[in-house]
Design a protein around this ligand. Structure first.
Ligand code: ZN
Length: 190
């Protein structure tokens, strides 16, 4: 594969990689671990709570996330409750799948590190279960609600080439129309 890890950076819409369906990661190699570490750095630098591999230009089914307890407005005991809604440390999910979405949908304003200046309301199931492989190569399963459940769903969408632009409520789409056009125009100038 030969990824230049040090030069990975966050790509913005409308980069074509953001619209591709990402491919399974065949094995958790040293390179995969190095990419994950770099993605965590980039996520922290950008003040984000999640970052998917396509957002750094790699069409890999992998994302990182970190939802500290203080970020979750819903529950102060989010780390000790079950299911969880926050992470104690950055989490890496390789080849994730999501199952058992809660039936009730909750609207909440989301942003995206690949969509600067765009924020919009997205309705998502309030809780969900993730099955993924960790950086140690071992599979794990975890159920979350609140901001963490939302973060997983947002990042998983990236692996399918789906962006919040596709999922926003109609008023949010209208509100962001100009900002989306600006990003598309900027890209044409590059
Ligand atoms: Zn995003």
């Amino acid at each position: 594969m030969g990824v230049d890890v040090a030069n990975l950076h966050i790509v913005s819409y409308p980069a074509p990689v953001l619209r591709r369906r990402a491919e399974a990661v065949p094995a958790v190699t040293e390179e995969v671990r190095a990419v994950a570490r770099r993605m965590i750095e980039l996520m922290f630098e950008a003040d984000g709570v999640g970052l998917a591999a396509p957002q750094v230009g790699l069409a890999w089914r992998m994302f990182v996330c970190h939802v500290p307890e203080s970020e979750d407005p819903e529950d102060e005991r989010s780390l000790t409750s079950h299911p969880v809604s926050a992470t104690r440390e950055p989490m890496v999910c390789v080849n994730p799948t999501l199952t058992h979405p809660e039936r009730d949908l909750v609207a909440y304003e989301e942003g995206c590190l690949s969509l600067p200046d765009i924020r919009g309301d997205v309705r998502r199931p309030s809780a969900i279960t993730i099955n993924a492989t960790g950086l140690d190569g071992k599979p794990f399963s975890l159920r979350a609600y609140g901001l963490l459940a939302r973060c997983w769903q947002h990042e998983f969408d990236h692996l399918e080439g789906v962006l919040i632009l596709d999922r926003m409520t109609q008023p949010s789409k209208i509100k962001n129309r100009q900002a989306v056009r600006s990003l598309e125009a900027e890209a044409r100038l590059l």
